[in-house]
Design a protein. Sequence first.
Lengths: 265, 265, 265, 265
Amino acid sequence: MCRFLAWVGKQRYLDELVLEQEQSLVIQSRNALIGKTPINADGFGLAWYSDRKMPCFYKDTHPAWSDANLKQLAHHTQSRLFLAHVRASTGTATSRNNCHPFGVGRWSFMHNGQAGGHDLIRQELDAMIPAHLYGQRFGATESEAIFLIAHGEGLETDPIGAMARAVARVELVSSRHKVLPYMRFAACWSDGERVYAARYASDKYAPSLHYRTCKDGIIISSEPLDGNNEGWIEIQSNTAIETEGSLVRTHSFRPFEALDQVEVA
Amino acid sequence: MCRFLAWVGKQRYLDELVLEQEQSLVIQSRNALIGKTPINADGFGLAWYSDRKMPCFYKDTHPAWSDANLKQLAHHTQSRLFLAHVRASTGTATSRNNCHPFGVGRWSFMHNGQAGGHDLIRQELDAMIPAHLYGQRFGATESEAIFLIAHGEGLETDPIGAMARAVARVELVSSRHKVLPYMRFAACWSDGERVYAARYASDKYAPSLHYRTCKDGIIISSEPLDGNNEGWIEIQSNTAIETEGSLVRTHSFRPFEALDQVEVA
Amino acid sequence: MCRFLAWVGKQRYLDELVLEQEQSLVIQSRNALIGKTPINADGFGLAWYSDRKMPCFYKDTHPAWSDANLKQLAHHTQSRLFLAHVRASTGTATSRNNCHPFGVGRWSFMHNGQAGGHDLIRQELDAMIPAHLYGQRFGATESEAIFLIAHGEGLETDPIGAMARAVARVELVSSRHKVLPYMRFAACWSDGERVYAARYASDKYAPSLHYRTCKDGIIISSEPLDGNNEGWIEIQSNTAIETEGSLVRTHSFRPFEALDQVEVA
Amino acid sequence: MCRFLAWVGKQRYLDELVLEQEQSLVIQSRNALIGKTPINADGFGLAWYSDRKMPCFYKDTHPAWSDANLKQLAHHTQSRLFLAHVRASTGTATSRNNCHPFGVGRWSFMHNGQAGGHDLIRQELDAMIPAHLYGQRFGATESEAIFLIAHGEGLETDPIGAMARAVARVELVSSRHKVLPYMRFAACWSDGERVYAARYASDKYAPSLHYRTCKDGIIISSEPLDGNNEGWIEIQSNTAIETEGSLVRTHSFRPFEALDQVEVA
C-alpha cells in the first residue's frame, strides 16, 4: 500500500503540500495514520503539468524523507496541477520503473492498492496491454498495467468508465487465480486539465481516499493533511470523483457494471 | 552492446580478472577495444558460485569503475566459477533489473548483443516466457527474455540446443517486424558446474567472444584481458563452447537448424 | 540513532543474524523496539573479515529491507567476525560515505549515538583527526571523526582506553558549544581478532547495548534478536566489553578518567 | 577534470543547451572533445534561479546520459540563469555531496580542475573554511573548499578578487606539499544576477573555457556547443569575465597579485 496526493487549482509550490503540512506526504512516508502500512519508503514520485505538452516526472527509489533533490524541486516548482506519491512495495522491486506516477502522453496515474497473486497474473496482464503501448510498460507493477489497460479501454474519451473496466478486467484475472485480495484500488489520474480519483475493493477494505475543496483549488489525498480533518470529505467505496474547475462531480465506480455495459453493447 | 568475462577452474579472487588485468573488465567499462561501443557504463553485475545452492548476484547501476562496493567485493570474494558483466544499454533503462547476469535456480546467464526492434517485439517475447518463470521476469531486456525462453526450451538438460532454439525463436519475431539487426548474440551461461558460451548473428557482425585455457582454469571473455593476445582463441560465429573440467569442447551453434530438428521431431 | 550487531566465533553465514532472527537487524531497520527511533532506514553497512588482510565493506544508502544485493551477499557470505549496521541519520546526509561501519587498516568501527551541535563542532573535530588519516575522512559524521581521533589516541595498542579518550575529547568540544546532548555513545569496533563494545552518555540516556554468549560465539547487539530476551546481558553505562575467544571481559569505560590519566602522565 | 556550461539572458528551457546541441553537455559527458578526460560520468548537477530566493539544485551520481530525471527536468524547467556540470572525479568518491554546482545562500559555483595532493592538503583546506560556513562543507572536493574559502575572502562584495585570493591560498598549500599540478582552475559562479567565470593554472595547462554572446543571452562553456566554433571566444588564462545584462566584461585573474594587494593593505 502507498500514500498519494494531488492538487488542481491555482498555481502553487509543490512543497506546500508535499512537505509543509502537519501530516504532509513526506511525513506520511514515515508515519501514515490510516491504513495498515505506516512506512511508505520504497521510492516516491512527482508529476506536474508545466507549459510543455507532457507532464514532468521526477521519481527515485530512496525514502522521500531522505532525498535532497525532492526537497529542492518541491520548493522551487510551481504548478496548477500535480500528483505526488510515496510507495510501499507489496512485492515488486524498489526500482524507479516501479515508482508512481506513471505517464502516457498527457496522462498521469498513481495508485494505492494491489491485485492478488501478482506473480501469477502478471503475464496475463502484460498480454492485455495494447501492443502500441507496450514500449511504455517499463516496470512490473500491476498499477502500471491497469493504467495501460485503461488506455486500451478508451481512457482518453471515457476517463472513468475506461478505468473501471480496466480494474474489472484485472480483477477477473486475479479472482480466477484465487489469491486474495482480488482487488484493492484507490487511484488518481489526470490529463492535465481535470483530475479523476476512484475508490473500490473486491472486499470491504477499499484503501482510504479523501478530498478537500480549498479557496484556490482542490486537494485529493489518501489521508487528511492536517490534524483536525476539518473540511475533508471521504470518498466512499464504489465512487469516483472528477474535478472541473473548482467543482467536484461524483460518479459511480462499479467496475463490473462498467464492463457489462460495454460487453452487452 | 556490453562486455563480459567468466572464469571456471581453481578457486580465485574475482578482482584478479575483474580489476587487475591490463585490459580488465573494469577498464573495458571505460575503454573497450573491440566492438563499436567503447563505453560500457550503464550498470554491471557479478554472479559467483559459493557453497550455497544458488549463485550469488551483486548488481548495480553505476559505472563499474566508480562503484566502491564492487572493488571491495571483488577483492574479498573467491570462487571457482564466476561471471562478470558491464553493460552498455541499447535502449532500455539503466536499472538493476536490467543488469546482467540473470539467474534462475542454479543457472546464470549474461549476454552481449541485441534483437532488433526491442519495443515492437517485447510483448511477444514476454508471451513466450513459460508461465511458471514469469515471476522471474524482472526487467525489460531481450537478454533476460532469451534466457527465460531457453528454460522453456529445456536448458536444464540441453544447455546449448535450448539456447540456440530460444535465439531462433526471438530472431523469428524480430525478423517479422523487420528491424535490423535481427539478432546479435554473444552469451555465456552456467549451471555452476560447466560454463557454456556461444556466438552468433543474423548478419556478419557477431559480437566478439574469446577464451583462454590457463594453468588453473578457463577464461571466457568478450576481448583478451592482456595486450599481447597470446593464448587467446577467438570463438567463431555459429559456434558454442562447453567446459568440462579443464577441457573445452566446441559445438555447432546454428539456431535455425536447432529449431528445425525439434519441430520436425 | 541507529541499530547494529556484531558476531565473533565460529564461521557462520551473515544472514543468520542480519535477516533470519525474529528481531533481526533488517527488522530493526523498520521497527526497532528499544530507543526513540523505530525507523533506521538511512543506509546500512556490513564489514566482515575474510582471508584478506583488510575487512570487506558493503555499504549503501537504501533501507536495508529493500536492498536486493544485501540479501544476496548476506546469504552467501560466511565469516567468523562481522559487523552490521542500519542507520537513522541525526542530521547529516544519506550518503554511502556516512554509512557505518568505517574502516582504517585492519580496524572497523560502528556507532549508535550523537554529539550535540554537529554542525557547530565538526570543524574542530576535523582538526583533531591525525593528518596521516585525513585521507580516510570520507564523510561528515561525528561517528567517523571519533573513530579517526581514537586512532590518534593509540587505538592499535590500547583499544578501549584510546576510544574512551576520543569520546572525552569530542564531548569537551560539544559541551563547550553547549548543545545537548553532549555525548550519547554505544559503539562496537574490532581489529579482526577481538571485538570491543562500549556504552556511555553524558546524561542518563546511554543508547542500548547487549550481548549474548552462544555455543559457537558471541553476539553483540543494540537490542536482543529474539522475543524472550533469554541469555541476553545488558551492558551497563560506563562499561566496555572485550572478547577473547569465547570469553567476554568487562572494563570500565569512563572517558574523562581515561583522559585524565594520560594528561597527568 | 569536468565539463560545464552556464546561461544568463532571456528565460529558456535547460534542455536546449544541456541536451539538444550538437556537442551538448550530455554529449560531452561521453565524449568531450577538448582536454584529456573524454568521459565525464561521475555524476552531474544543475543549479537554476527561479522565483525563490535561493537557487534550485538537482544533482545525482549516475552518468548524465542515463539519468531519466535529468532529461525530464531539463525539458520542463525554464530559467534566465542556470549552471550545469558533468563530473570526472580526480580521486574523491562518486557521491552527491561531491557533485557540482555547490551553493551558499544566493551563490552557486562549479569548477573544472584540481589542486595537487588532494588527500595531503584537504585538512588544511578544511581549516581555512570560515567556521560559520562549515555546516555547508558537505563533501570532500577541493572545489567546494575553494568556494567556501572564497566566501571568507569576501565573495559577496568582491566576486572576482575573493575567488582569486581563495585560489592563491589553496595553491600555496598544494605547492608547499609539492604535488603537481599545484592548481588547475576553470570555474563559473553566480549570485543569480551576474555570472562570473575565470581561467587559471599554476602551469601551462589551464582548463579550457569559452563564451559566446547570442541574441538573447550569454553562454559560458568548457567547450563550444556546436561543431563550427563560430562566435565562440576562448577565455585566456589569467582572465576572468563578468556578465552584466548582455555585456561581458573582462578582468585580470591573477591569484597571487590579488592576494598581495590584500596582504599589503
